[in-house]
Design a protein around this ligand. Structure first.
Ligand code: AN0
Ligand code: CP
Length: 317
């Protein structure tokens, strides 16, 4: 593997999940593999799970891990080609990425969308520039349109909670939030589930349709109750509008996931990537109850990251 920015970087999804399950059983088996290799984790936005789980994953592989909060501790980055830098940006991404590529063997980067220009965000401008200038393998720690390490951990969690041979019904449901949130987690989840052995249904209020490229293998409906019927897994997530880009179109009254709504499901397990707004997106009763998988998902972030880092290390000369 040479980079990990979407499911398209994975040759065989089943094989990837199998490897993660195996590493979870024996996390220190490859502690020589990363010796004398440096992992740089760069954050332009906040993070708890991605930061800590990817650090543990690197350490389990024997890597030296550096974390840099680029937004707070680095120089303000310019991304525009040919910019005359007489304003507030101090360093061009061209120079910063090239320098960090000299210090690191693998680089992870988190950079959320600005939710202002759909074109700019969906072009993945910053991620692509970073990849081309740093010249080392890059792992997305959530980019403008996707969160592949999260989706990998989610697929691992679903696999672990599905009886062998069963094709589960997985429902991705929009949930309310208090602010405008990226589409990344929902896009990525839909994209990964679309390649997995599951039946995917997506439900959201009108106006929250995701980009077609992510939902090709899903059934989409604005009727949440109908969508939840016989579900085995319910993945709860808010996102802002893609069509009216970055906008919050409704307060989402009635869309919060509750135990009452789970009644029509196949005693569904409930998932959320966290951080979660309790009693806005999901009720306390679900999060603290027996159907919640949120902690398992967060735990699996370590093994998803470790599997990816392992493959990237194996791809180095
Ligand atoms: C971010 C998002 O939905 O993209 C990060 C989730 C891992 N969530 C928030 O900003 C609340
Ligand atoms: N789920 C997730 O990526 O969490 P963080 O934003 O805390 O890393």
């Amino acid at each position: 593997m040479k980079k990990f920015t979407s499911v398209q970087d994975v040759a065989d999804l089943k094989d990837l999940v199998k490897e993660a399950q195996q590493l979870k059983q024996n996390p220190y088996q490859d502690k020589e593999l990363g010796q004398n290799r440096t992992l740089g984790l760069l954050f332009l936005n906040p993070s708890l799970r991605t930061r800590m789980s990817t650090q543990i994953a690197g350490a389990n592989l024997g890597m030296n891990v550096m974390v840099m909060n680029l937004d707070k501790e680095g120089w303000a980055l310019e991304t525009q080609d040919g910019a005359i830098m007489n304003g507030s940006t101090v360093e061009h991404i061209k120079d910063a990425a090239a320098v960090m590529g000299q210090y690191c063997d693998i680089i992870g980067i988190r950079s959320f969308p600005k939710l202002q220009s759909r074109e700019e965000d969906y072009n993945e401008d910053l991620l692509h520039k970073f990849i081309s200038y740093c010249k080392v393998p890059v792992v997305s720690l959530e980019s403008a349109t996707r969160h592949p390490l999260q989706s990998f951990a989610d697929l691992l969690t679903i696999t672990e909670n599905t009886p062998a041979g069963k094709r589960p019904k997985v429902v991705l449901t929009w949930a309310p939030h208090v602010k405008a949130i990226p589409q990344c987690v929902a896009n990525s989840f839909a994209e990964w589930m679309g390649q997995a052995d599951v039946d995917l249904v997506i439900t959201h209020p009108e106006g929250y349709e995701l980009a077609d490229e992510f939902t090709r293998n899903a059934q989409v409906t604005t009727n949440q109750q109908e969508a939840l019927q016989d579900a085995d897994f319910v993945y709860v997530k808010n996102w802002s509008s893609y069509t009216e880009y970055g906008k919050v179109l409704t307060d989402g009254e009635g869309w919060m996931m509750t135990n009452e709504k789970l009644k029509g499901t196949n005693n569904a397990k409930v998932m959320h990537c966290l951080p979660v707004r309790r009693n806005v997106e999901l009720s306390d009763e679900i999060l603290d109850g027996p159907n919640s998988l949120v902690l398992e998902q967060a735990n699996n972030r370590t093994y998803a990251a470790q599997t990816v880092l392992k493959r990237l290390l194996e791809g180095l000369n």
